[in-house]
Write a protein that binds this ligand. Structure first.
Ligand code: 15L
Length: 270
């Protein structure tokens, strides 16, 4: 990989990753709808709305790999999700394939599988069970990634991100937290590992309360260094101050499951 494009570079994951990937690849190109507040003089930035096909084509031109973080990162109105995460995601994969980009690492989310109960240990074969329009758009991105991998030869890695932060901030996050350094490690596997064709990884650190079987990532050499339990007391103290909701607490997706909940399955056993 010589030139790597990071979409969504102004967001919190983009901001963390571009610091961690600096110097790893000879050239990092950044893109977002808005300019990152802390853009350095030595950083290349190309503004692009993901719905603007020509802007996306300009951003992907000449790059070897893409880390696609761009889009709307929480639940939102359908029109927003449709434009940013469905049309925008399609545009990135399609422009990448047409431009001869070799690899895409797609930032999926735990919300693609949020409606599984917390006692369920999930591998990457489990059917998607989105907890929101946002989660469904991430499942769409995973599917588009598979299409472009198997039909057009892009090498694609989908990373179902738990919660990216310096430390886990509540009980749910003790299970799904990922440190910035561990996420950078997964992204680098997606960009560099010679055996990637189409892979799905869970982006979680080495969390004793983890819900996911991440053996796919371990097979590719992932060796997480973050341990959520080291922050347990602080996270549980913060949890004690939060209001409780039985639906949010039953399911992996937490409040994404209880928000707008209306007559669904309150307590799925499986
Ligand atoms: C996500 O996918 C969101 O982007 C992030 O803002 C958090 O809500 C995270 O999931 C989470 O589940 O904690």
């Amino acid at each position: 990989m010589h030139t790597v494009l990071i979409t969504g570079a102004a967001g919190s994951i983009g901001t963390g990753l571009r610091r961690l990937l600096k110097g790893v690849y000879p050239k990092l190109r950044l893109s977002d709808a808005k300019t990152p507040a802390d853009l350095g003089g030595d950083e290349e930035f190309m503004p692009a709305e993901l719905t603007d096909v020509q802007a996306v084509e300009r951003a992907v031109k000449g790059v070897d790999g893409i880390v696609h973080l761009g889009g709307f990162s929480v639940e939102g109105p359908w029109d927003t999700i449709l434009k940013s995460n469905i049309i925008g995601c399609y545009n990135v994969f399609d422009a990448a394939a047409r431009a001869g980009v070799q690899r895409v690492v797609f930032a999926s989310s735990n919300h693609a599988i949020g409606f599984y109960p917390r006692h369920r240990r999930l591998g990457v074969e489990a059917a998607v069970r989105p907890d929101s329009r946002y989660g469904a758009s991430k499942a769409f991105g995973e599917a588009i990634g598979a299409l472009y991998a198997f039909k057009h030869g892009l090498r694609v890695t989908c990373i179902r991100i738990g919660n990216f932060a310096d430390k886990p901030v509540d009980r749910r996050r003790l299970s799904i937290w990922i440190s910035p350094a561990d996420l950078a490690q997964l992204v680098r596997i997606g960009l560099d590992h010679p055996d990637i064709r189409y892979e799905m990884f869970y982006a979680a650190s080495d969390n004793a309360r983890g819900w996911w079987d991440n053996s796919a990532a371990y097979r590719f050499g992932y060796w997480p260094q973050g341990r959520a339990e080291e922050h347990r007391d602080e996270a549980l103290a913060a949890q004690a101050k939060l209001s409780s909701n039985p639906i949010a607490e039953w399911y992996q997706g937490g409040p994404f499951c209880s928000d707008e909940f209306n007559g669904g399955v309150e307590h799925s056993p499986v």
